[in-house]
Design a protein around this ligand. Structure first.
Ligand code: GNR
Ligand code: NI
Length: 182
């Protein structure tokens, strides 16, 4: 298993729609295992493949509390098949938007259909953090980010901050290259 780099705003790949996997083969399982290690290392409760730059509909989630036994979920081609009328607000964050959190309202309970790590079709019903994480990760597969649900003012402010930071990082790299040729 390998920890892969997580891409962040304003990387345009985060707005790409991911493609379904035809089947869960060894390549997809390798991707799932790498994603799980990357997620635990971060640490985070979920990760979509596009966050490591792979535009496939693959997600890993583990909402077990710190210190409890790990309980990884591997999901290929996940789909929400039912969501409750009742909503709840969760303070969300995203590994691709570091150091920013905001309240987001979503359905409190959902049912999702997916293929597991062995390619078997499964369904789960979730509430609480798991329901939120499922919706957050499936959004990633459609190029949707949690900041799309907050006010436009806050969204534009945070995007601008990440664009500025990316420019600074790029300029520094260029300066270093000019000065040292490395
Ligand atoms: O680690 C994560 N925590 C989190 C908290 C509240 C709602 C959603 C999440 S998902 C996030 C990891 C991530 O960015 N997954 O795409
Ligand atoms: Ni995220």
């Amino acid at each position: 298993m390998t920890i892969r780099p997580i891409i962040s705003l304003p990387d345009p790949r985060l707005r790409q729609k991911s493609e379904p996997v035809a089947r869960v083969d060894d390549g997809v399982r390798q991707l799932m295992d790498d994603m799980l290690e990357t997620m635990y290392d971060a640490p985070g409760v979920g990760l979509a493949a596009i966050q490591v730059g792979v535009p496939k509909r693959v997600v890993v989630i583990d909402t077990a509390k710190d210190g409890d036994e790990k309980h990884p979920l591997f999901l290929a081609n996940p789909e929400i098949v039912w969501s409750s009328e009742e909503k709840r607000v969760y303070q969300e964050g995203c590994l691709s938007i570091p150091d920013f959190t905001e309240d987001v309202e979503r359905p409190e309970r959902v049912r999702a259909r997916f293929l597991d790590r062995n390619g078997e079709p499964r369904e789960i019903e979730a509430d609480g953090l798991l329901a939120t994480a499922l919706q957050h990760e499936i959004d990633h597969l459609n190029g949707v980010l949690f900041i799309d649900y907050i006010s436009r003012l806050k969204r534009e402010r945070i995007i601008k901050k990440f664009i500025k930071q990316a420019k600074r990082d790029g300029d520094e790299r260029e300066t270093r290259q000019r000065q040292t040729g490395s």
